[in-house]
Design a binder for this molecule. Structure first.
Ligand code: AKG
Length: 248
């Protein structure tokens, strides 16, 4: 148990401090964005134009090229769990989480305002959801990390841009978001102007695979930076339930 927790702590090994100004933070209306590539200019920061993915309303990026680069490697399934299933997770997790304090000084400075746990055994409703996440995200027979990682971000907490450790993480990460909508931002490591924002609605499942895992950083934006294509997305306390596969 201890060693799994240590390994998960080492997940966030390459934290990058990125500009807080994001691709979707201007005030263009969502409707305008949905008409296709919008003409969002970045205001003072001179940001590149932002594009909403025509097919996936939960994804927007700095260019059509970056959207097509990530398209096959990212999925967000809205309403993946029901309100009752969300409540079952909270009932199971809250007593243990409440005994912990939010931490503000992660050793590698990647996560702020969080508490975490991991769990191998789940009660009936949650066990069924975990099975559903795994069936959706991983091919049959794929070696999985047994314990599920649970990350509880305070309303003022956030996850800075990082690339997960290839030593501890496999090709895929799949997470369900409880309690709050949020924005996950992906930034190309070699070309930081290339960015994609994912709208992770409460009770959605996101799946990141392959290139997106290792060529892009990912982060969860803090409340004051939480905009999707110009639309304010309030970031409340958020709990993520995260399944991973093992590295090759
Ligand atoms: O909370 C989340 O969904 C993201 C977690 C994360 O960034 C990670 O585990 O590498």
């Amino acid at each position: 148990m201890r060693s799994v927790m240590r390994a998960l702590r080492e997940v966030c090994v390459r934290a990058h401090v990125l500009s807080r100004t994001g691709v979707c933070e201007t005030s263009t209306s969502l409707r305008q964005g949905h008409t296709g590539a919008s003409n969002m200019t970045g205001g003072e920061g001179g940001l590149p134009a932002a594009h909403l993915d025509g097919e996936h309303s939960w994804m927007c990026g700095s260019s059509a090229a970056v959207l097509s680069a990530v398209r096959g490697h990212v999925r967000v399934l809205q309403n993946f769990i029901s309100e009752e299933e969300e409540q079952a997770f909270l009932t199971e997790l809250e007593p243990g989480l409440k005994r912990k304090r939010y931490e503000w000084d992660h050793w590698d400075d990647a996560i702020h305002g969080f508490r975490e746990t991991e769990r191998l055994q789940w009660g009936g409703v949650c066990a069924a959801v975990v099975e559903r996440i795994r069936a959706q995200a991983f091919p049959q027979g794929c070696p999985l990390l047994g314990p599920v990682h649970v990350l509880d971000l305070d309303k003022t907490g956030f996850i800075k841009a990082h690339v997960d450790s290839v030593k501890f993480c496999g090709s895929t990460i799949a997470g369900v978001s409880l309690l709050s909508d949020s924005i996950m931002r992906l930034v190309h490591e070699q070309n930081p102007a290339e960015r994609v924002d994912l709208l992770l609605q409460r009770r959605s499942l996101y799946i990141l695979r392959d290139e997106v895992r290792f060529k892009f950083t990912h982060e969860i934006l803090k409340d004051e930076d939480s905009y999707f294509s110009g639309r304010r997305i309030p970031r409340l306390r958020r709990i993520s339930v995260i399944c991973r596969n093992l590295p090759h």
